[in-house]
Design a protein around this ligand. Structure first.
Ligand SMILES: *Cc1c(COP(=O)(O)O)cnc(C)c1O
Length: 407
């Protein structure tokens, strides 16, 4: 199934454009490397995701955008305007989501290591606190209850189920099995529900899951939804929501483009599984919460960089650029593939390794790539860098953090 995901990039007369504007012109105004984001593309993906949920009959869908994918304040403000909530994993992300104006009653807080300070802040940020603490351990539940009691509040919580599924993705971003630190097993959740002292100042409002990132096929998602539904059936309490997490992938490669599940296929599959395993067997009608990150912001962003110089060592050719693994760590960390495009196309191509300035051999954006023979000052673009790019940047080698430009 061919599945074209829109991108802001397009060659016009052999020159690369971004939302129709010449990249050379954009780059003349900003020091490289910099991240470049397209508001238009951001809008497209958020609206496609939300409208697809509506079209597939998902009950009152709430999109809680996973802030860790891209926490740029303008991006968050835009998403807020479009109606988005937020999935946060730290008090820093929570503060940023609030600063962008996102309604606390649309914010879920995930993560295995929420500290007392973080829990307190989330409890007190609004008279009803946040929409939900997605609880990942029994100790965390006890702490939330204790702190809520001290503050004379009721904390809204959901359990993050570990559905024990194996996901086809990179091992660093697979999160749904019991050997992973995430979520709770069904038996532990049922046991905790039976302990009255955990529930004096907490109330169970939902169940959640998140099985991994850059998911391209939906088999594990269906199994996990079935597990989530089974757990919901085992609990008498009427739930306000079921949160089926994020994880939908994008096409970094042509191969992925051909096998990737589209937003429509994802929503159809989720809707069918939820009906079959849950709604058809109960009178309750909890709403569905989603936590998408990459699918919302991945394709809207690129990393723009200039060639510093080239060198050869025997038959190896290197194109050295001014962006490094500190700016975009995905290739070094996950062996991730990112297309590298020359801003000026040419018929004469060479095979070259695109490498950065960092003193590590893993500081490489691609080996043996077919590119024009570039020279110092030429512009290149690293594609699909809107998600897990800038948010994972570091100052390694005392380099500055790349600027972000939104157009
Ligand atoms: C990272 C994360 C997400 C988003 O994952 P994507 O693959 O970017 O959609 C959603 N939920 C939780 C709990 C996460 O940790």
């Amino acid at each position: 199934m061919k599945n074209i995901l829109p991108t802001p990039l397009q060659y016009k007369k052999n020159k690369l454009t971004f939302d129709g504007i010449s990249l050379e012109r954009i780059a003349s105004k900003h020091p490289t490397p910099f991240y470049l984001y397209s508001k238009k593309t951001l809008d497209f993906y958020y609206k496609s995701f939300y409208q697809s949920a509506i079209k597939e009959g998902i009950p009152s869908p709430l999109v809680c955008y996973a802030v860790k994918a891209n926490s740029n304040i303008e991006v968050l403000k835009r998403l807020k305007k479009l109606g988005s909530g937020a999935d946060v994993v730290s008090v820093g992300e929570l503060k940023k989501a609030l600063k962008a104006g996102i309604d606390p009653q649309k914010i879920v807080f995930s993560g295995v290591a929420k500290s007392a300070t973080e829990i307190l802040f989330a409890l007190k940020c609004h008279k009803r606190g946040i929409y939900s603490f997605n609880v990942e351990s029994i100790e965390e539940l006890e702490l939330i209850n204790l702190l809520a009691k001290k503050e004379k509040r009721i904390a809204r919580i959901s359990f993050r189920l570990n559905p024990q599924v194996n996901v086809k993705t990179h091992k660093h971003i697979s999160t749904g099995n019991k050997t992973h630190k995430f979520g709770l097993l069904k038996s532990d959740i049922l046991e905790a529900l039976a302990v009255p002292s955990f529930w004096s100042n907490t109330t169970l409002v939902g169940l959640s899951m998140h099985i991994g990132s850059q998911l391209t096929d939906l088999k594990a998602t269906v199994v996990a939804i079935k597990e989530l539904a089974n757990l919901a059936h085992s609990i008498e309490i009427p739930l306000e929501f079921l949160d089926i997490g994020g994880g939908l992938g994008i096409d970094y490669t042509i191969e992925e483009r051909n096998k990737l599940a589209s937003i429509t296929q994802y929503m159809q599959t989720a809707s069918e599984a939820l009906t079959k395993f849950y709604y058809s067997k109960t009178d309750h009608c909890p709403r569905i919460v989603f936590e998408p990150g990459r699918i919302i912001v991945g394709k809207m962003g690129v990393l723009v960089s200039r060639v510093v110089r080239t060198k050869t060592s025997e038959d190896c050719h290197f194109t050295i650029i001014d962006a490094g693994m500190n700016d975009l760590i995905r290739p070094a960390l996950y062996d991730a593939y990112h297309e590298v495009l020359a801003v000026n196309q040419s018929k004469k191509m060479i095979l070259t390794d695109i490498v950065g300035p960092i003193c590590e051999t893993s500081d490489c954006f691609g080996s043996k790539r077919k590119l024009p023979a570039l020279k110092s000052g030429d512009l290149v673009v690293i594609d699909n860098a809107g998600a897990y790019g800038h948010t994972m940047a570091s100052r390694y080698n005392e380099r500055d953090i790349a600027q972000e430009v939104l157009i």
